[in-house]
Design a protein around this ligand. Structure first.
Ligand code: SF4
Ligand code: SF4
Length: 165
């Protein structure tokens, strides 16, 4: 009898306890601004063009060779009557997210602050039926920065080892 009462008490206390799990995907916890999903390209809102010059540095440094970069002459360069000081600009860019291991090396080697790790849930929730759909093109890589959907974070020297708390 005592045992039954005891187990009922356990049942009751569990029943009234606050859940430790989250109602995902209905509820998303806020991600830290330095969260690392997959890399995407950044949009220069001042000049209204991508920051990326297509210099190939990230493509050469990527350990799994999942990036493809093609550059072109920038039609918006000052020599053509435009506003941009970028002589070359990105023409085509693909990243195969199915192969990317999210190492951040492409971000570290970029001299133009043109690429960043996506720090939103859109960067994580990428389930597809066909892995070919995980090859992102230039438009897909730029859209989130273009519409201001990512929290842009510029690393400051000496802060890179701080926690996200
Ligand atoms: S995060 Fe790493 S693996 Fe992914 S594209 Fe950049 S360099 Fe390549
Ligand atoms: S993202 Fe940076 S490193 Fe990669 S091609 Fe563009 S400018 Fe060069």
């Amino acid at each position: 009898m005592k045992g039954i009462a005891k187990s009922l008490m356990v049942t009751l206390s569990t029943f009234t306890r606050k859940p430790v799990t989250r109602d995902y995907p209905n509820y998303h916890r806020e991600l830290p601004e330095r969260d690392r999903a997959f890399p995407l390209l950044l949009w220069d809102k001042e000049i209204d063009e991508p920051f990326c010059t297509g210099c190939h540095a990230c493509e050469r440094a990527c350990p799994v060779e999942c990036m493809t970069v093609l550059m072109k002459d920038n039609p918006n360069h000052k020599s053509n009557g435009g506003d941009s000081s970028r002589r070359k600009i990105i023409d085509k860019f693909w990243i195969d997210y199915a192969r990317c291991m999210r190492c951040n090396i492409c971000v570290e080697v970029c001299n133009f602050d043109a690429i960043a790790m996506n720090n939103t849930w859109q960067g994580h929730e990428l389930s597809v039926h066909d892995r070919k759909d995980l090859v992102m093109d230039l438009e897909q890589l730029l859209v989130q920065s273009h519409v201001g959907a990512i929290k842009e974070w510029v690393p400051v020297l000496g802060q890179s080892n701080e926690t996200n708390e």
